[in-house]
Design a protein around this ligand. Structure first.
Ligand code: CDP
Ligand code: MG
Length: 709
């Protein structure tokens, strides 16, 4: 018997009950008949888990893999787990997943869940996706940056028959799945392709506004406390049924869960057990970086008499459906990456959700019976602070990485690329400017050799540039661990208890002292190396208030980055340079090569001023090892910014002005007008020569760079 027969079982009873099941044959046929298909249906109707299985049963895997993209890594992993169970195979075999730095697939994998970022990387290596028979872009309504770019790329490839058939035996099928929103727009964008609607059953949800959050409240302690209060009210006064709480991020969720544990313990259940049939509460957090074994619990029904309460990020709004939810607590906020024009960078911010998002959240309570949604914000907040729709990511974040990808794929005219929603031209120009500053593209807008190397790393451009600088000087061992540590969740534990907090701070300070030259980057390197060298690494972490799980991922990420680098180094013409000097200086100089755009100079007292043209006034974050040593610092570079009432710089390193002197003029030399013409069309050599002469003259009249500041 063939190996595959083992898992080619039919659909289970549970999956036969999903709304999508009625449409199985028609869906299989529709994918066969069309190169593009839009599929829409209520969240929870079975699109993500079932459609790939239907296509598998219809034999699509004979012509290549069935790939399904997700904007969120947790969704890719948990759904792959679920589907592998439904298909009776072990995860990573026939059904697998791939997310950044975690590839759980094998030669046998034919149903592959992955993040949209991973598929974009695959397109770089194989533009016609010759390994796939079908690609499903899931959660298109989320409008993530990578999904939007994939839509444009696949539209471009498939609408040009020469390109589409090159390197493929049968044409690729593309299915775009979305939870009801904007399907007409998608269909028009994809050349008027058919829209397949899965009729859903939903039950009414009554929504109630609260009064705790008005138009002026954005402090997280306010909404965390209120969310806890409302959840406990529901638990003590409403009938049986599980609760889903929407909060913003890991730390707020953990804080809320701690408060809930504490308060739920002291509830006296003796009086109304009879009425409500609820005797206790099972509190479960759900956020992106949680270990997957803990995530599994979310989907299991609670023990009899116990109420399940899931405290989640926006991931539970559409990506993951939890059965049995009857009550929603909506904080009204979401953590979102936005381009902040005040500081000229992307910043993770807590912002009010949109009205459509609020309706989606409420809808999660009405899947199997009527439900209730408790909003902690007032009607005035709804009217004054919440936009109608969420702005697509492509219109609010930095485009640097995707523009480099597009350029590497031969899309020269990045302004007229088919975007579903066009980003503002200034964002595109900003990205080009940044790429030029990192030496990833030249004056003509063409990708440089360095740019071709940079695109291979799944890291932010500045960090990649620093890493490649280190590699070219033969000191990659200094930068690889740092890049890995900056790619995983926060490694420093800061306990809630004040005594423990003091102890943790002290331990961390000690680690800083042991690291020798004191800056946050060497601190990361030192923690990485010390833990790696330890005989009992997990105990070492516990002792030093370091997250062992995060460090374990950092070890794995470092290995993967090293593999990418080795592969590139083995190719010909990997740039190499010579350098004399001490290692600490070398390390910081390499950082400067990537982070010179994030440079700040002491202004007055403890205030620094950024030098990228925005001139923002910034402070060193208290978590930095340099926090207490500010008086000795004049110039620093930093990894990122945190904006609250003040702007803080995090992961900071002191540098000497000399090291960035020659790089800083680059921040000001690119004329946006010139970039715009570069972006639109080929520019002649003559024109480039003209710009260069103009700039040289400008620099001469301005005198030295230091004077210019
Ligand atoms: O994609 P769509 O929102 O249409 O639905 P789905 O994610 O395929 O979910 C179908 C069903 O599978 C729901 O009842 C989910 O609760 C269930 N599911 C699960 O139990 N465990 C998972 N890891 C994923 C989905
Ligand atoms: Mg889905």
């Amino acid at each position: 018997m063939s190996k595959r027969a083992k898992w080619s079982k039919g659909d289970s009873d549970e999956s036969k009950n999903l709304p999508i099941y009625q449409h199985k044959a028609k869906l299989q046929q529709a994918v066969k008949d069309n190169s593009f298909l839009v599929v829409t249906g209520e969240t929870g109707s079975g699109k993500t888990t079932q459609l790939p299985q239907y296509l598998h049963q219809a034999g699509f895997w004979n012509n290549g893999k069935i790939g399904i993209t997700q904007p969120r890594r947790v969704a890719a992993i948990t759904v792959a787990q679920r589907v592998s169970q439904e298909m009776h195979c072990s995860l990573g075999r026939e059904v697998g997943y791939q997310v950044r730095f975690d590839d759980c697939t094998t030669q046998d994998t034919v149903v592959k869940y992955m993040t949209d970022g991973c598929l974009l990387r695959e397109i770089l290596a194989d533009p016609v996706l010759s390994q796939y028979s079908v690609v499903i872009l899931d959660e298109a309504h989320e409008r993530s940056l990578n999904t939007d770019i994939l839509l444009g790329l696949l539209k471009q490839t498939l609408s040009s028959p020469d390109k589409a058939s090159k390197g493929r035996s049968v044409p690729l099928k593309v299915v775009v799945m979305s939870a009801t929103l904007e399907t007409d727009k998608l269909s028009v964008f994809l050349g008027g392709c058919p829209v397949f609607t899965i009729p859903g059953r939903t039950f009414p949800v009554t929504s109630k506004f609260g009064c705790a959050i008005g138009p002026k409240d954005t402090e997280s302690s306010v909404y965390v406390k209120e969310v806890v209060k409302v959840t406990l009210d529901i638990h003590t006064s409403e009938m049986a049924g599980d609760i889903l709480v929407f909060l913003t991020g890991q730390s707020e969720i953990e804080k809320a869960c701690d408060m809930l544990y504490e308060k739920a313990e002291s509830i006296d259940y003796r009086y109304d057990v009879q009425d409500r049939k609820v005797e206790g509460m099972l509190i479960l957090p759900l956020y992106g970086s949680m270990p997957t074994d803990q995530q599994k619990q979310i989907f299991q029904p609670p023990p009899p008499g116990i109420r399940k309460c899931v405290v989640a990020t926006n991931i539970a709004a559409t990506s993951l459906t939890i059965n049995g939810i009857k009550y929603i607590v909506d904080s009204g906020f979401v953590k979102q990456l936005n381009h902040n024009s005040r500081v000229g960078m992307d910043i993770l911010e807590v912002v009010p959700i949109s009205k459509s998002e609020a309706l989606q959240r409420a809808g999660r309570a009405g899947r199997t019976s009527a439900g209730k949604c408790f909003r902690i914000y007032s009607q005035a907040f709804w009217e004054k602070c919440m936009p109608e729709y969420t702005v697509p990511e492509i219109q609010r974040t930095s485009l640097t990485a995707v523009i480099l990808t597009l350029k590497c794929l031969g899309v020269h005219d990045v302004i007229r690329f088919p975007y579903l929603d066009r980003p503002e031209e200034r964002f595109i120009l900003e990205a080009l400017k940044r790429l030029y500053q990192c030496d990833a593209i030249d004056r003509r807008g063409k990708v440089t050799r360095l740019g071709e190397l940079m695109v291979e790393f799944p890291l932010p451009p500045g960090l990649t540039r620093a890493l490649l600088q280190a590699a070219s000087l033969g000191v990659e061992d200094l930068l690889l661990p740092v890049a890995a540590m900056l790619s995983v969740e926060n490694i420093f534990i800061r306990p809630g208890h004040p005594e423990k907090q003091k102890e943790a701070d002290q331990k961390h300070r000690q680690l800083g002292v042991q690291a020798g030259s004191c800056n946050d980057f060497t601190m990361l390197l030192s923690v990485f190396e010390k833990c790696k060298a330890s005989d009992a690494p997990s105990a070492w972490c516990k002792d030093n208030y370091i997250h062992w799980r995060a460090l374990k991922s950092a070890f794995s990420v470092e290995t993967q980055l090293r593999e990418i680098l080795l592969r590139l180094q083995q190719k010909r013409d990997f740039p190499m340079e010579k350098f004399d000097g001490n290692k600490s200086e070398l390390f910081r100089r390499c950082l400067c090569a990537g982070y010179f755009t994030n440079v700040a100079r002491r202004s007055v007292g403890k205030v620094f001023c950024t030098m990228d043209g925005h001139g923002s006034m910034v402070h060193i974050h208290p978590s930095s090892t340099l926090f207490d040593q500010e008086p000795q610092l004049d110039w620093v570079i930093f990894h990122d910014l945190l904006v609250t009432s003040r702007i803080y710089i995090r992961t900071v390193c002191p540098i000497r002005y000399d090291w960035v002197k020659d790089l800083l003029p680059k921040l000001h030399e690119v004329d946006v007008y010139e970039l715009s013409s570069v972006a639109r069309e080929e520019v002649t050599d003559e024109e480039v020569a003209k710009w260069e002469t103009k700039e040289a003259a400008k620099r001469q009249t301005e005198g030295s760079a230091e004077d210019a500041f």
